[in-house]
Design a protein around this ligand. Sequence first.
Ligand SMILES: [Zn+2]
Length: 222
Amino acid sequence: MFIGHYGIALAAKRADKNIPLGLLFFATQFADILFFLLILLGIESMSFAPGITDVSPLDFTYYPYSHSLAASVFWAGLFCIFFKIVPLKSDSNKNKIALIVGAVALSHFLLDLIVHRADLPLFGGGSYKIGLGLWNYVFASSFIELLIFFAGLWIYLKSTKGVSIAGRYGMVIFSAFVTIMWLTSLLAPTPSEFNIIGFVVFGLVFQLLVIGTVSWLDRERT
Ligand SMILES: [Zn+2]
């Protein structure tokens, strides 16, 4: 999933406004950021396999450390423990924040589970892999993805208020931009050749830019 993950982070802001939106975006996308880094290090892998699902031509061949159920629970637990120890602000509720950030990190696996074919390992690289395969149904998976994203956006915009021009209009412009990016990834013809490393570097830079942008826009809202 792509922008659906962002919807979870946007909605989670409502649960505790002390949590910076940039942190929630980092938590929701942590699995993919880690996956990209581990590909660059040669530890995890994916290949290009046009037609493997109707939506995504990517074959996630080996990603136990970033995307297995066991790893997802482990990383979510680590997020939880970290924010239980380190307070975000002196007057913030550490336990609540730890739970929210941990849950947002774990949501990545649950959303991926809906769309991926059965390529998500339960643990290790292993033979037990799961995935509901909604990426084989373009309209259904697009509907779910847009629904989660726009529901999250609506909740975020309803529960915060812009204090500047950037704060008032920025998030809507940003949302339109990422929706166009998502649509482009969906409608663009499948290339005959595919540069995995180029894709991964682009993905990494894109995610970091997204986190930077929402961190800035979130500070312009109260
Ligand atoms: Zn993922």
